[in-house]
Design a protein around this ligand. Structure first.
Ligand SMILES: Cc1cc2nc3c(=O)[nH]c(=O)nc-3n(C[C@H](O)[C@H](O)[C@H](O)COP(=O)(O)OP(=O)(O)OC[C@H]3O[C@@H](n4cnc5c(N)ncnc54)[C@H](O)[C@@H]3O)c2cc1C
Length: 378
């Protein structure tokens, strides 16, 4: 455990807001991380862990607690449990995109469409990161984590994390606490050992984004290079030279609404029906079976609607900013709020609230923020 002089969070988060917290620790090894967390929990101090700071929106007031920087590194290659697969066990502080580059180099498929997502491997399951139709839930086997309640380290199967659309039991959604307060120490993925040849590209969303015809075959490194170029055009990779990347990626989540509500939105608004929720198998004991098998009850199918479309059609175009504000909508992507240089968290929050109000007035729904908010109210 290394207690360090606290650094301003504006220098450690991609939205570039936040003062230096009261206390800061750096954990370079797993033991340091475990010791730091157990110490903080024993003292009942306020705390949060910081990876790459790319999904955090931190307020202007000093955070009166301890920020723990997760700086652990390392990839271990292990045999897969199924034929044709390989496992990688990766320390939480490892850079996500460096992991993707490694897997592509090794000819391992499963996360290449998520090239260029900023941040650390340990934060990736927290909101089940994803891009172009691929998410970490598809390859995540387990995480090793330490629970705040018990202080114990355990291996937890991916199925126990309730990974959903940009969510898991570990995520602190705006206005609530995580269902399970825990810190990930390492992540294990199972990837397909496909080598360096050309393969058909799975997934309509990825094919469309990369301009590929159905049935087109390309290599993993081709996918990675083209995903990176596509993301760069949208300001969705970190780049000091591009002011549009001083963001937290998508600031608002695509809204998930009922089928009935979706029908009230203009038909041009892009929407994607989600999986229907079907009742689990119902067992009817033989002595009570009267020959009638009830049909499975299908609840209404939730629909995901494009937040970017709602924002633009509420009159807020790319590059929009309030008068004299240094916070603006990205010039390349209507969902990203950006810090154009020296913007305070208050300025960014003011813009976020304005967008929420405009969308609510036009379409009757309140967009929810995707990043984790600390010391900021919307
Ligand atoms: C330009 C840009 C593009 C982006 N594009 C995408 C995208 O395409 N898809 C996508 O899903 N996201 C995207 N994001 C969001 C972000 O990159 C991801 O959410 C990423 O996983 C955050 O990692 P981080 O290490 O920066 O997390 P941080 O911002 O440091 O932390 C985020 C949250 O996770 C917690 N946390 C961090 N590490 C751990 C750990 N080891 N254990 C438990 N909790 C932890 C933190 O306390 C905090 O609550 C983008 C962001 C930016 C800036």
């Amino acid at each position: 455990m290394t207690e360090v002089d606290p650094l301003p969070l504006a220098g450690l988060t991609t939205l570039r807001t936040g003062a230096a917290p009261a206390r800061m620790q750096e954990a370079h090894t797993r033991d340091e991380l475990v010791t730091a967390l157990r110490g903080i929990w024993a003292d009942a101090d306020e705390w949060f862990v910081l990876g790459g700071g790319s999904n955090l929106f931190v307020g202007d007031d000093v955070f009166d607690g301890t920020v723990v920087r997760v700086l652990t590194r390392g990839i271990e290659r292990l045999p897969g449990e199924r034929p044709g697969t390989v496992r990688v066990r990766v320390e939480a502080g490892h850079d996500w995109d460096a992991l993707v580059a490694y897997t592509v180099e090794q000819g391992l498929a499963g996360i290449e469409a998520m090239s260029g997502i900023p941040g650390t491997v340990g934060a990736a399951p927290v909101q089940n990161i994803g891009a172009y139709g691929q998410d970490i839930a598809e390859t995540l086997v387990e995480v090793e984590l330490i629970d705040e309640r018990t202080g114990e380290v355990s291996a937890v199967a991916a199925t126990e994390l309730a990974l959903g659309f940009r969510t898991s039991v570990l995520k602190r959604h705006y206005g609530s606490v995580p269902e399970r307060s825990a810190v990930i120490l390492s992540v294990t993925l199972e990837l397909a050992d496909v080598g360096h040849g050309e393969l058909p590209v799975r997934g309509e969303q990825l094919r469309q984004a990369l301009g590929l015809e159905p049935g087109a075959s390309v290599s993993l490194s081709w996918v990675r290079d083209h995903v990176l170029a596509t993301r760069r055009r949208k300001g969705m990779v970190l780049d000091e030279a591009d002011a549009d990347t001083a963001s937290a990626g998508s600031f608002f989540q695509n809204a998930i609404v009922s089928e009935q509500f979706a029908r009230t939105l203009p038909p041009e608004c892009p929407r994607w029906p989600m999986q229907p929720v079907i009742e689990p198998v119902r067992i009817i004991p033989l002595d009570r079976f009267d020959g009638y098998v009830p049909p499975p009850a299908v609840q209404s199918v939730p629909v995901k609607v494009s937040a970017a479309w709602l924002i633009e059609h509420a009159g807020i175009g790319k590059g929009y900013h309030l008068p004299r504000s240094r916070a603006a909508v990205s010039t390349k992507h209507a969902l990203a709020l950006t810090n154009r240089g020296g913007a305070t968290a208050d300025e960014l929050a003011e813009l976020a609230r304005f967008i929420q109000q405009r969308v609510q007035q036009e379409f009757g729904l309140i967009l929810q923020p995707e990043p984790v908010l600390i010391g900021v109210e919307l």
